[in-house]
Design a protein around this ligand. Structure first.
Ligand SMILES: Cc1cc2nc3c(=O)[nH]c(=O)nc-3n(C[C@H](O)[C@H](O)[C@H](O)COP(=O)(O)O)c2cc1C
Length: 246
């Protein structure tokens, strides 16, 4: 018999709403310098990893920490629209790689001349090499038809899910684990492989595994595809400003 706490529809009634919540307010000072440095280090050295994965499996406790980090993400109306589908089977990853491969050929054809040749040389996934894939999805129906904060922008469920992806990505960096985000596939092809229902969107396919080294700057910059834009050109004061096409 499920308890009230663990039933899916255990939303508190208005009568249950607490009158005093101040005992939940805790100190919010800055972190120590060492802690701050660690946070910024994870942010600045996080990389999209495509090829440096080791084959050894990740311990369950570590995977759990990554998922807890993802599940701590902000979400519109506390909707928590994410699910995490863990895929370790090589056979399934091979089918997903085939879907990637087909879409990647289509993508390649969208570029012209030298750019196409350059695209062909890039490795844009680690689906078969990384021992674990995590498909992170967004359930557009979670929390019912009217979700606080999502009333005027339905895309906020996907924004929330992306926050979960980024949390996992940063936690993985701190754990010495590489993550590579693959988005080059037809969503329906992956949904069919994993049996994902229609109202659930695929937000990210993540290739995950231990790494011993990683690039010190985005691989696409290392390989001459595109450089980081100067931050100062992206910051406007008090309103939109003219900027050349970047
Ligand atoms: C939404 C999203 C989709 C992405 N899809 C791919 C992809 O299909 N293949 C790939 O190689 N990298 C993909 N990336 C990684 C980006 O190319 C990478 O983040 C960017 O080049 C900057 O490099 P960095 O993450 O190492 O800093 C994706 C990143 C995001 C945020």
């Amino acid at each position: 018999m499920p308890t009230l706490e663990n039933t899916a529809d255990a939303a508190p009634s208005i009568a249950d709403a607490p009158t005093g919540t101040s005992e939940h307010l805790v100190a919010a000072g800055a972190f120590s310098e060492t802690e701050r440095n660690a946070v910024y280090r994870a942010i600045e050295t996080r990389r999209d990893v495509r090829d440096q994965f080791r084959p050894d499996p990740l311990p369950d406790a570590l995977i759990r920490r990554l998922l807890e980090a993802a599940h701590s993400a902000p979400s519109v109306g506390f909707m928590q629209p994410w699910n995490f589908v863990l895929i370790r089977e090589a056979k399934t990853r091979e089918r997903v790689w085939q879907a990637f491969h087909q879409a990647n050929e289509e993508a390649c054809a969208m570029f012209e001349g030298d750019r196409r040749a350059q695209y062909q040389r890039l490795k844009l996934e680690g689906i078969r090499k990384a021992p674990l894939s995590i498909c992170i999805t967004c359930d557009t129906k979670r929390g019912g038809p009217v979700v606080l904060g999502r009333t005027h922008n339905p895309d906020t469920d996907v924004y929330s899910t992306v926050c979960a992806v980024q949390n996992l990505w940063l936690a993985a960096r701190a754990e010495g684990v590489g993550v590579g985000w693959v988005s080059i596939f037809h969503e329906d092809a992956i949904k069919a492989i994993l049996g994902i229902p229609e109202h659930v969107k695929i937000v990210a396919w993540l290739c995950v595994g231990y790494i011993d080294e990683l690039y010190d700057m985005p691989e696409l910059a290392v390989k001459g595809w595109r450089n980081r834009l100067p931050l100062d050109k992206l910051v406007f004061e008090e309103g939109w400003q003219d900027c050349e096409d970047m």
